[in-house]
Unconditional design. Structure first.
Length: 538
């Protein structure tokens, strides 16, 4: 039975849970090797040859009787054992499952339906736009916002890819990225799902468990977007699907092939300069692009909040409405984030600290201190002197604090409530430090937050600091969530979404500068949850 957003609660099929049994070989019973003793000549006590046949006959009769006796004993023993097992020691019939209280019910797997791969119906003369998706979720989201907006302004139907979660496809030049996307599907790799990621995998299954695809409609209210914009969900990334299903000839394709990430910028102003900008090397006129007649417009990357330079008020309104539509609406994730909010209390504060990779790993200490200072001084209103004294009492750094400009959200509440969870440290008793007893929810991509030196200042300053690792029971509904398309369990892929949705419920939130995750929470999720307008960038 399908539920909201393509979820069904039918029992999980065996192939949906990757597992494998390794055969160790056959057990064979072998007769133990025996050393043959040398045959010694018998000493004949009776030299009369007539006595030998009589002795042999008596021996044969004796052994025959002995064998019959042993066989009879075996049969009788087996019968007695069977009788005792079946009558005295046998397990009584178990009651039906409706009355059994000894065994817990088996969990049901909730599957996300596999995307439809059938060719869609095409209107004669319909024109399309396709682009290259890449990088992590929030980069994919930004690119999709731009793609929907641009396709609307060009009066083209957008050919859209599903969300890729897990190991991303990194950006590279147009042709290389195109080739990577062609090979990114799992079609023909269904046998990998029946294996274990811990076992010895064949080469084609090496990265099978590293990523998965889910439809946008499972995460956001995409039906409302499709009601206003022409969007087509592609079955896979191959050219065969695009040209075969849509009936487009290769000669009927207009391609803008970029050689760098920030080559093309698109603007709705007919008088906009087509030369280089401060970030992009070329500017493309949307009105001129709209006049092209090719059936398919093939673009490269559309990532970047400033990719579209929109001066027309209506165009900007369209983009803002699309951005608002990217709020997470999945009922399961909403319920999980709500249950975590109940534990934290209605007036907790939240921070997102990105440390995991690239430049964020290198600038981890500076970003962490900047977030801490913003939280302590600008959000909780400790004086500069109190903040300096507080940091000095937690000697974690050898250099002065690095303060980066950060716009703090409008505070919708000014009173605090204690969490239902037990705090990890003693509460502050000095009156000016009482705000630090506010429950703090720390979202981060660090593998072990409580052991990460860059995050120690939060745990040492805020006695009631909690992370997603403290919410085991609340996350249990994700344990049996399975992607029906590839058989992968989805819990590890969905935890960042829970982090973001919990942060959106905080009475104030501070994020990491230049993080698209933080920007989405601060600009979209948090304002939408608290009834404010989304923040525009680009």
């Amino acid at each position: 039975m399908l539920g909201p957003h393509g979820i069904t609660s039918r029992p999980r099929e065996a192939s949906a849970s990757p597992s494998v049994s390794l055969e160790k070989g056959r057990y064979r019973m072998r007769v133990p090797s025996q050393r043959l003793l040398p045959i010694r000549p018998a000493t004949l006590r009776n030299s009369d040859p007539r006595s030998r046949p009589q002795s042999s006959t008596r021996n044969n009769a004796f052994f025959t009787a002995l064998l019959l006796l042993l066989a009879t004993g075996c049969v009788v023993s087996f019968g007695i054992a069977y009788y005792l097992f079946s009558t005295r020691w046998g397990t009584p019939d178990l009651p039906s499952s409706s009355s059994s209280t000894d065994e817990p019910p088996q969990p049901q797997a909730i599957e996300i339906e596999a995307p439809q791969t059938a060719c869609p119906s095409v209107i004669p003369g319909e024109k399309f736009l396709v682009y290259h998706t890449h990088s992590g979720f929030h980069n994919q989201r930004i690119a999709l916002e731009n793609a929907i907006t641009l396709s609307h302004l060009l009066n083209r139907t957008l050919i859209m890819s599903p969300i890729r979660l897990g190991k991303p496809i990194r950006y590279c030049n147009f042709r290389s990225l195109y080739n990577h996307l062609q090979l990114s599907d799992k079609v023909g790799l269904e046998h990998c799902a029946r294996l274990s990621s811990d076992s010895s995998l064949p080469p084609e299954c090496f990265v099978y468990f590293d990523y998965t695809h889910i439809p946008w409609s499972w995460l956001v209210d995409f039906a409302s977007i499709q009601s206003r914009h022409k969007v087509l969900i592609r079955g896979n990334h191959t050219d065969r699907w695009v040209y075969g299903c849509l009936g487009i000839a290769e000669s009927d394709v207009l391609t803008l092939e970029e050689s760098s990430r920030y080559q093309y910028r698109f603007t709705d102003s007919p008088n906009a300069a087509t030369g280089p900008s401060d970030k992009f090397s070329e500017t493309v006129s949307i009105p001129k692009l709209r006049a092209t007649q090719e059936s398919l417009l093939h673009l490269g990357t559309l990532f970047g909040t400033s990719r579209l330079l929109l001066e027309d008020e209506e165009s900007a309104r369209i983009r803002r409405r699309i951005r608002e539509g990217m709020t997470f609406t999945n009922p399961l994730l909403i319920e999980i984030s709500r249950s975590i909010e109940e534990l934290l209390g209605s007036h907790f504060i939240g921070v997102h600290v990105r440390l995991g990779d690239g430049g964020f790993l290198e600038s981890g200490e500076g970003n962490t201190r900047s977030i801490w200072w913003t939280l302590v001084h600008e959000v909780l209103k400790l004086t500069v002197n109190d903040a300096i004294a507080l940091e000095a009492s937690k000697p974690l750094y050898s250099s002065p604090p690095v303060l980066a400009p950060y716009t703090v959200n409008t505070n919708p509440a000014s009173r605090f409530s204690a969490p239902r969870l037990q705090c990890y440290d003693r509460l502050h008793t000095v009156s000016q430090l009482n705000p630090l007893n506010t429950p703090l929810y720390l979202a981060t991509d660090a593998r072990h937050p409580r052991d990460d030196p860059s995050l120690m200042i939060f745990f040492k300053t805020f006695p009631c600091t909690f992370t997603l690792a403290d919410m085991v029971d609340q996350l249990a509904p994700l344990n049996d969530l399975v992607n029906g398309a590839d058989g992968l369990k989805l819990k590890p892929f969905l935890l960042p979404f829970v982090d973001a949705m919990v942060l959106s419920r905080a009475w104030n939130v501070v994020g990491t500068t230049s993080s698209t995750f933080s920007a989405f929470v601060v600009d979209v999720l948090w304002p939408r949850f608290h009834g404010f307008d989304v923040r525009e960038r680009g």
